[in-house]
Design a protein around this ligand. Structure first.
Ligand code: HEC
Ligand code: HEC
Length: 458
């Protein structure tokens, strides 16, 4: 079996183990030994750049989801159900890409994944709407802001008890991981079924409706080529093939984790930060100032470039957004981890108000911030951190001198809200960051946009 590996497997595995820091993923490495064979070719010739770490980790995630079987030379497995043909990663990437951009996959015929996850905006929203429109006639609206799909290749599986496994430190750091603001989708193929079938997104009646659209598309022949001549005979199987292809496409490094921001160039020693950017980085990292890196890590760890998220869940008390139609009902609250979108943790009161820490890569391409899009500029998003507790009247509804703080969270859950720096501080006190410092952090955050091209030497 090992003979099929085109490169030194042990070297790749050792590198992957060193680079992948989460124990859960580490054990998957062992399980993935054989399936690595399938994608090992893609790793040939990569340099020892920190980006390699991410590529390896993504490869492992890919294997975890594709679960390519070794018992037969002709079939592959997906949820244990064999496809007629073993699809190649390249064929799946190409099909996934085509489907991602195909509006014909929606009931309206007008919405593709890319309508909300626009590649021009790092696969985030193309506009400043808090929630996007969709549904059969494009008149329905969603409940949450569209996240960027970049740099999600290493999102760990959801766990309630995340532990850093480095050294002897096994402190339980609480819930982490999973896809979506509330971590409810275990994998990207599970995730993909949500928009395809959601009545306010692509609004297909059922899996068979999606499959019928693919079978009628111009790429139906490529779909058969990849998965087998009879793939459309079984709608459930064909739906799995489709969501698998979407998942594999989202593992494509050039599209989803290019690591080509100015900050990446800086970390590689190939760019210099301006004075403002460098001050912003220092404030971002300083535990007594921004303290941003405590949740949005900014340094190379275990050989991997930073994701700017630790994938944990935190309640930061973002203001309620009255423009979201669901919020017209004063008794409706989006509580993230404890529901209502997610249902399995509804009885965990301590989780109410918690959302997954988003990556800050490409955050400057956004025009709507946080899970409910309540804040509309990056400057305001950073200032919110500094002023939430010292000047709550700037962020929450007021009546006279009284301020309804944390107005998007029922009073009984307010103890869940994080109050470590940069939060905290008496009302009226000096915020942890002044206007210039906020501007410096914003300047730094702009270095996290992909597509940096160093200016030619003068
Ligand atoms: C109508 C807009 C819309 C469309 C169309 C849409 N999405 Fe999304 N997507 C969202 C929103 C909003 C969220 C966050 C949902 C949540 O947290 O509950 C999301 C979340 C995701 C996530 C999880 C990201 C994360 O941070 O964990 C993935 C992956 C994703 N979408 C992929 C897709 C794919 C693939 C398609 C096409 C099949 C698609 N989306 C179509 C709006 C959309
Ligand atoms: C205690 C953990 C924590 C700290 C510290 C923290 N963040 Fe966050 N950050 C989060 C969480 C959680 C969210 C999502 C919250 C939500 O939407 O309800 C978030 C969201 C954001 C967003 C919005 C991103 C998007 O895609 O909409 C920005 C911008 C941001 N943080 C910047 C910062 C900056 C700058 C700092 C330091 C001044 C900082 N964060 C400190 C946890 C943290």
């Amino acid at each position: 079996m090992v003979a099929c590996f085109p490169i030194d497997v042990r070297r790749v595995l050792v590198a992957a183990c060193r680079f992948v820091r989460r124990g859960v993923v580490r054990s998957l490495v062992a399980l993935s030994i054989v399936s690595l064979c399938v994608v090992a070719l893609a790793l040939v010739g990569r340099s020892r750049d920190p980006g390699l770490a991410q590529a390896n980790a993504a490869t492992i995630a890919l294997n975890r989801s594709t679960n390519i079987s070794t018992t037969s030379s002709t079939t592959s497995g997906y949820y244990g159900i064999p496809f007629e043909k073993t699809p190649s990663p390249a064929a799946m990437t190409a099909l996934g890409r085509t489907m991602f951009f195909d509006p014909a996959l929606s009931a309206s015929g007008r919405q593709s994944c890319a309508s909300c996850h626009d590649p021009r905006f790092a696969y985030g929203p193309p506009d400043d709407r808090a929630v996007e429109r969709g549904g059969p006639t494009m008149h329905d609206v969603g409940v949450r802001a569209v996240p960027s799909l970049r740099y999600l290749q290493n999102v760990p599986a959801f766990t309630e008890h995340h532990a850093e496994t480095d050294g002897n430190d096994s402190e339980d750091q609480g819930p982490a991981g999973g896809n979506n603001w509330d971590g409810r989708a275990p994998t990207k193929h599970d995730q993909a079924r949500i928009p395809l079938l959601s009545p306010f997104e692509m609004a297909n009646r059922d899996e068979a409706a999606v499959v019928a659209r693919i079978a009628a598309s111009r790429y139906a022949p490529s779909f058969r080529d990849a998965f087998g001549m009879h793939v459309f005979d079984d709608a459930a199987l064909a739906f799995q093939a489709a969501t698998l292809a979407l998942e594999v496409f989202q593992q494509s490094p050039a599209d989803f984790y290019p690591y080509d921001s100015k900050y990446d160039a800086y970390l590689r020693g190939r760019a210099t930060l301006t004075a403002a950017e460098a001050r912003g980085l220092a404030l971002f990292d300083d535990a007594n100032k921004g303290n941003c890196a405590s949740c949005h890590p900014s340094t190379i760890r275990d050989g991997g470039l930073p994701a700017f998220t630790d994938f944990g869940f935190v309640a930061i008390g973002v203001p309620r957004n009255a423009t979201i139609p669901a919020n017209a009902d004063a008794t409706h609250y989006d509580l993230g981890l404890c529901g209502p979108e997610r249902t399995d943790l509804a009885d965990h009161a301590a989780y109410c108000g918690m959302f997954r820490v988003p990556s800050l890569r490409n955050v400057a391409t956004r025009r709507t911030f946080f899970h409910n899009g309540a804040i509309k500029s990056l400057e305001a998003a950073v200032r919110f951190y500094a002023e939430r507790d010292t000047h709550p009247e700037r962020w929450y509804p007021t009546r006279g001198r009284s301020v309804r703080v944390f107005d998007d969270l029922p009073a009984r859950y307010r103890a869940n809200v994080n109050d470590e720096p940069p939060f905290g501080g008496r009302r009226g006190a000096k915020p942890a960051l002044d206007t210039h410092e906020v501007a410096d952090i914003v300047a730094f955050l702009k270095t996290l946009d992909d597509g940096y091209r160093p200016s030619p030497a003068r």
